[in-house]
Design a binder for this molecule. Structure first.
Ligand code: TRP
Ligand code: SF4
Length: 326
């Protein structure tokens, strides 16, 4: 039997190229081999955004357009929205009954996020219960594999503990899902910090070729290379971390010595990068523009996918209620 895969993303809006080369490309790769369920974790975004929900609708639309334009295929994977499958909430409630509060308080992401997002009041029941909802998301489909980044491993460990506890109390229902660890290449943003929406230093999948060109023009290079005649070092050049992804090897092998002996200037060098990046993303961006022309595309796709997901989750919930003698 094929492994069953479940993974979700909180709807944070348009994705940048770092998301693409991390999570999304990985999802796209496995959808050909495994039985995949990918969903918009909109209830999870409420755990931190409950006070201002105005952006969620748009964020969902933009994110799903990126997913599909860049290669996630609704024919191959079940693509759905968490809040359209209320079984997630029912299982979350049941799992909350058997989850010790101490497991949640001990979770390293809990205190970390509370400290990092100190402008928001995260002393809520829902935020503490984030990993319980995530466990429900996963075991609701009896997933056996969960593609996640390193940062999500503590959550997955709690999922496994909750599944084990459920099986122990009520009889064997759930497999214990294992992580499919996603190697996320750390992409640097325009300013040399990690690429992140909140730093305003990102190249978005949906940016036009022109916007991308402008951004790359402003991108940091080797900080020691101040004048055109100064020799540079690609190993410490911020832009060059993108050359490694987008510029073909042979071309890079020309650029490296040319940078070191100052026979190429940064302006020209970054122009090459912009051309290669734009060329690589062009077909996906064109598809995105096409898909976005239909204002109902995302809603329809999520309705469809959620109906497919519900068929599976419905059967599992019947089993759960029966195991609990409800
Ligand atoms: N917590 C995940 C993240 O922030 C999103 C998520 C919610 C998820 N439910 C999930 C990921 C279930 C995998 C499986 O990235
Ligand atoms: Fe970076 Fe290219 Fe400038 Fe060298 S020439 S510092 S690799 S942008």
């Amino acid at each position: 039997m094929k492994q069953r895969v479940v993974s979700g993303m909180r709807p944070t809006g348009r994705l940048h190229i770092g998301h693409f080369h991390g999570v999304l490309e990985n999802w796209i790769r496995i959808q050909d081999q495994l039985d995949c369920f990918f969903f918009v974790a909109d209830w999870h975004s409420l755990t931190t955004e409950y006070a201002d929900t105005a952006a969620i609708r748009d964020n969902i639309r933009e994110m799903v357009l990126d997913w599909v334009a860049f290669g996630l295929d609704p024919e191959k994977s079940v693509i759905f929205r968490q809040s359209l499958v209320p079984h997630h909430a029912e299982l979350n409630l049941i799992l909350s009954m058997i989850t010790p509060v101490s497991w949640l308080e001990r979770c390293p992401t809990y205190k970390e996020m509370q400290e990092n997002l100190d402008t928001k009041d995260l002393s809520t029941f829902g935020f503490l219960g984030y990993p319980v909802l995530m466990a429900a998301d996963i075991i609701l489909y009896k997933a056996t594999r969960v593609p996640v980044g390193q940062d999500q491993l503590p959550h997955l460990e709690i999922t496994r503990e909750i599944a084990r506890r459920f099986n122990h109390l009520y009889g064997q229902v759930f497999p214990e899902p294992a992580a499919l660890l996603t190697e996320t290449p750390k992409l640097l943003g325009l300013d040399g910090r990690k690429m992140s929406k909140s730093y305003n230093n990102s190249i978005y999948l949906s940016d036009t070729a022109e916007e991308t060109g402008k951004k790359i023009k402003s991108m940091m290079t080797d900080p020691a290379r101040i004048r055109r005649n100064d020799p540079g070092d690609p190993d410490v050049c911020v832009a060059f971390n993108l050359h490694r992804i987008y510029v073909p090897q042979e071309k890079r092998d020309e650029i490296i010595p040319a940078c070191r002996n100052a026979t190429i200037g940064c302006v020209e060098c970054k122009k090459i990068l912009a051309e290669c990046l734009n060329e690589r993303l062009a077909p996906f961006r064109a598809k995105r523009v096409e898909l976005a022309k239909n204002p109902e595309f995302v809603d329809n796709l999520l309705q469809d996918g959620s109906a497919r997901a519900s068929k599976i989750s419905d059967a599992v919930m019947t089993e759960v209620r029966s195991a609990l003698k409800l």
